[in-house]
Write a protein that binds this ligand. Structure first.
Ligand code: FAD
Length: 293
């Protein structure tokens, strides 16, 4: 089945967009992980319509209930990749869904990796995109920094280029659901203190003083983010945010972005507003495809 709209993200931006697409009778799927940053807000008092402060958790629950009342469905699945042929293929850990239009509304969670020299070696052995850079590491010794399914997926992508792949969790507990893949890779759970090398990365130095040589490290820390999708698909970005125009369109036709992942004023009102604009334009985009036949 081909959806009219797939919305990636179940925070204010994604749910707001879905309210529009569903009410316009578009076949809509929402994929999300239920961990909007808004759940951390104990008191919100700058969002329209509440005379008393309201908790972020309550706003999220009400939004979800509103969506469900209209027949919306949220599948709690992590999206790990998007591909475009004539339609979009949205890959989650266990499934691939197809749609005419896609909205990225994955928020922008800060990922704080405290490893010395990480920035210094970006582009010099440290990469955020297996699709873009995997080819440079044919037959080489590479690491993937991460501890969730996203890391496992990136390691699997690298198998086309090398079989010397270790997943470095940097002290984090692994959270893999794709059991069949886990045995394919060495897993190193030690805390990392630094990446070292001359011009390019050459080794990983651990907190306990031990070292491992590497030719490259692919960062896939935590959950796949909007920036990961952008790098793989060639979506324009600026300062770790997706560039979207005033219609919430990205540079890829049919692909939209809304909310914190666009890097604009990070507020609920903005996320909800951008979601509404994206929803409206996704409806128009899909209707124009139908007219073309
Ligand atoms: C502590 C705190 C207090 C705040 N207080 C206020 C306030 O008082 N007023 C205000 O206006 N704003 C406040 N904000 C900001 C507000 O929460 C955000 O601007 C808003 O939540 C952004 O919405 P969003 O939909 O873009 O992203 P988010 O709310 O972050 O939602 C993104 C969703 O995408 C999902 N997701 C992410 N990656 C994937 C993936 N790979 N696959 C599937 N799903 C994925 C996540 O599960 C999440 O549910 C606060 C933020 C914080 C952290």
């Amino acid at each position: 089945m081909i959806y009219d709209a797939i919305i990636i993200g179940d925070g204010p931006a994604g749910i707001s967009a879905a309210l529009y697409t569903i009410r316009a009778n578009m076949k809509t799927l929402i994929l999300g992980l239920g961990d909007s940053v808004l759940k951390k807000a104990l008191k919100v008092e700058n969002y329209y319509g509440f005379s008393e402060p309201v908790s972020g958790e309550k706003l999220i629950n009400e939004g979800e209930a509103q969506l469900k009342r209209l027949g919306g469905v949220i599948l709690k699945e992590e999206v790990i990749g998007i591909e475009k042929e004539d339609v979009f293929h949205v890959k989650t850990v266990n499934n691939t869904y197809t749609a005419h239009s896609v909205l990225i509304a994955t928020g922008q969670k800060p990922v704080n990796i405290k490893i010395q020299n990480l920035k210094r070696f970006e582009g010099k052995g440290i990469s955020y995109c297996t699709t873009c850079d995997g080819f440079f590491y044919r037959g080489k010794k590479v690491g993937v920094l991460g501890f969730k399914d996203f890391a496992l997926h990136e390691a699997k992508e690298l198998l086309s280029f090398t079989d010397d792949i270790t997943i470095f969790t940097n002290g984090e507990k692994t959270d893999f659901t794709e059991e069949s893949l886990v045995g394919k890779f060495e897993i190193n759970k030690k805390l990392i203190s630094a990446f070292e090398g001359e011009e390019f990365i050459e080794k990983i130095v651990f907190e306990d003083g031990s070292e491992i040589p590497v030719d490259g490290i692919f960062i896939a820390y935590g959950t796949a983010s909007s920036i990961n999708f952008a790098l793989k698909m060639g979506i324009l970005t600026k300062e770790q945010a997706i560039v979207a125009n005033s219609n919430q369109e990205t540079n890829i036709p049919g692909l939209y972005a809304a909310g914190d992942c666009t890097g604009v004023f990070k507020q609920i009102a903005v996320a909800v507003g951008q979601g509404a604009i994206a929803g409206k334009n996704m409806i128009e985009y899909v209707r124009s495809l139908r007219k073309q036949g």
